[in-house]
Design a protein around this ligand. Structure first.
Ligand code: IPM
Ligand code: MG
Length: 362
């Protein structure tokens, strides 16, 4: 099999620590014969510090060359005063846009072992398994015009929530196809009672549905969807929604699973090239203290192997190694309850690798 090129972009804050553990997982796979090579690059604040740009040209060039990208997190309070176009978050948005990574898959899975850690009652979340498909390169995040200005001594600012039918159609296809591999139920989330852009979203979802009549399509307003997610999350199989709504709903979904430190994500373009990242942020408050949960990043590596590198078996094994690790009672602080012993980032990484090694040598 051809050598796969993986670009590692740790970014800022806990990004460094969690990616380090995920890299150990990749090294472990290398040793057992998975043909991949890693390159490292700078993004976000780390890149700004070095090059005064959150997405330097050389990083983007490496990203274009790579088969897959593993990203940690970007951002930190030290960049709060930096101009918006140079902020760490802009580096992330730019790489998503430049590589056309329009399809963001955010699975929220409750590991039985973590039912206690969920913010909801165990019976509401037991066996929870939902997938949020978030449009990632359009909508209000990228819409023009946008500005912040002063007119007649009054400061104002605005953004534009805009989608064209092609952008909606392609994310619709991704979502319907995902539903086909799951429980054949797709819920499209919008605000069609208020927004024109949502009305178009809903129309296109209905049009594309004609090609997937085996999938049951429903629609929900985003405010109701937020409520339903915390009222009865198991009603959902696949949810598809726009960039901003997906950002918000996926954080909510994360807490259902016990911790935002557990959720991986994949961002794919038309050719299945992808960037893989935990959905959480750079958590500056705990950065550098060996306290962050590396599991979302490690699970992102599993998604990478599955979606971009064609190593289904290795992906399954990583996920199994994580389950075994949880089963054996290993807990970082975010997923531990009061009487459980807590381990750090490095130990958690080591625990997964130990179990992965075992699975690989079987
Ligand atoms: C996410 C993050 C990003 C987003 C930020 C860091 C720009 O919250 O991936 O969910 O809003 O998309
Ligand atoms: Mg977010």
């Amino acid at each position: 099999m051809a050598m796969s090129k993986v670009l590692i972009l740790p970014g800022d804050g806990i990004g460094q620590e969690i990616v380090q553990q995920a890299v150990r997982v990749l090294e472990c796979l290398q040793k057992s014969g998975v043909a991949l090579e890693m390159q490292h690059g700078l993004i976000g604040g780390a890149a700004y510090d070095e090059y005064k740009s959150p997405l330097p040209e050389q990083t983007l060039a490496m990203a274009r060359e790579a088969d897959a990208i593993l990203l940690g997190a970007v951002g930190g309070p030290q960049y709060d005063q930096v101009a918006r176009h140079l902020r760490p978050e802009q580096g992330l948005l730019d790489i998503r846009g430049q590589l056309n990574l329009f399809a963001n898959l955010r699975p929220a899975l409750l590991y039985t072992q973590l039912a206690q850690a969920s913010s909801l009652k165990p019976e509401l979340v037991a066996d929870l398994d939902l997938l949020i498909v978030r449009e990632l390169t359009g909508g209000i995040y990228f819409g023009q015009p946008r500005a912040s200005e002063t007119q007649d001594n009054v400061r104002r600012a605005y953004n534009t929530m805009v989608y064209d039918e092609n952008e909606i159609r392609r994310i619709a296809h991704v979502a319907f196809q995902a539903a086909r591999k799951r429980d054949l139920r797709l819920c499209s989330v919008d605000k069609a009672n208020v927004l024109e852009v949502s009305l178009l979203w809903r129309q296109i979802m209905q049009e594309v549905h004609a090609e997937y009549t085996d999938v049951e399509l429903s629609h929900m307003y985003v405010d109701n969807a937020a409520m339903q997610l915390i009222r009865a999350p198991k009603q959902f199989d696949v949810m598809v929604t726009s960039n901003l709504f997906g950002d918000i709903l996926s954080d909510a979904a994360a807490m259902l699973t016990g911790s935002i430190g557990m959720l991986p994500s994949a961002s794919l373009n038309e050719d299945h090239k992808g960037m893989y990242e935990p959905i959480h942020g750079s958590a500056p408050d705990i950065a550098g203290q060996d306290r962050a949960n590396p599991l979302a990043t490690i699970l992102s590596v599993a998604m990478m192997l599955r979606y971009s590198l064609g190593h289904q078996d290795a992906a399954d094994m990583i996920e199994q190694a994580v389950i075994n690790t949880l089963q054996d009672g290993m807990r970082t602080q975010d997923i531990a309850h009061s009487d459980e012993a807590v381990i750090g980032t490095i130990q958690m990484g080591a625990a997964v690798i130990e179990r992965l090694d075992k699975l690989l040598s079987q």
